[in-house]
Design a binder for this molecule. Structure first.
Ligand SMILES: C[S@@+](CC[C@H](N)C(=O)[O-])C[C@H]1O[C@@H](n2cnc3c(N)ncnc32)[C@H](O)[C@@H]1O
Length: 277
């Protein structure tokens, strides 16, 4: 959904599979968009402008994610579906850790690498082109994995969750932001908004899965849409036009979902895929 500019499916329709080329276009447009910057200034004036999220995050939500990651200084954070890097770079800076960002969009990875210096992380942040389900990273490379509004876009969610399990160190955490239906299996929603995160993550062997939703997180993403529509235009601003289209499709179904932060842990010892956890 949100910032999922390729979600052609409306309520109850099958959504198209996101492509790197589609996101490449979106990232080029957003980098040149004064409208998107105005949206963020209005929605969360406290959000450091260099974050330039392609997602629905406030500085308060990022602070919550930072705490949940339970990182120690000097460790390594992996950001899956990192986009142009801002949220992951802010997290890495605030937690004093190294960062590896992974995204299938070469434009995103390039922009993220170029922008690392804005956060003072030119030497400790690296960005690679890779898939959510095939990052190319070594086993147990991550002291924590974060994914901001990206994991639900994986065409094969189980494969992406297995990849998270593989790259996490035993005993360490995944924290993701996404959406979950208020009514299980709600047929009015596109399939990627019908995910039951507890079941999906436990089924690959992640444990201690916690799904938290807060009204203020939900309000933030509907406010982004409302502010984008209120700006009018969009004149030549392609990214604002796309956000306004998305708002018209998604505001009518926004009350069918909760905005969630999901945490899960790779167990110590062997991984037994199944319902336990
Ligand atoms: C909504 S954006 C979020 C970007 C970033 N996390 C942020 O908060 O600004 C989703 C991101 O997931 C990436 N993505 C989607 N499907 C992917 C896949 N199969 N493999 C790797 N990246 C993917 C997109 O290129 C995009 O950068």
């Amino acid at each position: 959904m949100p910032q999922d500019r390729q979600d052609a499916g409306g309520a109850g329709q099958a959504a198209s599979v996101p492509t790197a080329a589609g996101f490449d276009e979106g990232f080029a447009a957003i980098a040149a968009s004064p409208g998107i910057r105005r949206v963020w200034q209005a929605v969360d004036p406290d959000l450091p402008p260099e974050i330039e999220p392609f997602s629905f995050v406030s500085v308060a939500l990022l602070g919550h994610v930072a705490n949940a990651l339970a990182l120690a200084p000097g460790q390594t954070l992996v950001d899956l579906g990192c986009g142009r890097g801002g949220p992951g770079l802010w997290l890495a800076q605030s937690q004093d850790v190294s960062l590896i960002g992974v995204d299938f969009s070469p434009v995103a990875a390039q922009h993220a690498g170029d922008r690392a210096a804005l956060f003072g992380l030119a030497d400790t942040a690296h960005f690679v082109v890779g898939d959510l389900a095939a990052t190319g990273l070594p086993d147990a490379a991550a002291d924590a994995v974060v994914s901001i509004d990206a994991l639900h876009l994986a065409p094969d969610l189980a494969a992406a969750a297995r990849e998270v399990l593989r790259i996490l160190r035993p005993g360490h955490r995944l924290v993701l932001t996404s959406w979950q239906p208020r009514t299980p299996e709600d047929a009015r929603l596109p399939s990627r908004l019908r995910i039951d995160w507890t079941t999906a993550l436990r089924s690959v062997g992640l444990v201690d899965v916690q799904v938290e939703s807060r009204v203020e997180w939900h309000d933030l993403f509907t406010r982004v849409y409302q502010v984008a529509l209120d700006l009018g235009g969009p004149d030549e601003d392609v990214a604002l036009a796309r956000l306004q289209d998305e708002a018209r499709r998604h505001l009518p179904i926004a009350e069918l979902v909760d905005r969630v932060v999901v945490t899960a842990t790779r167990p110590n010892g062997g991984v037994a895929a199944g319902p336990a956890g």
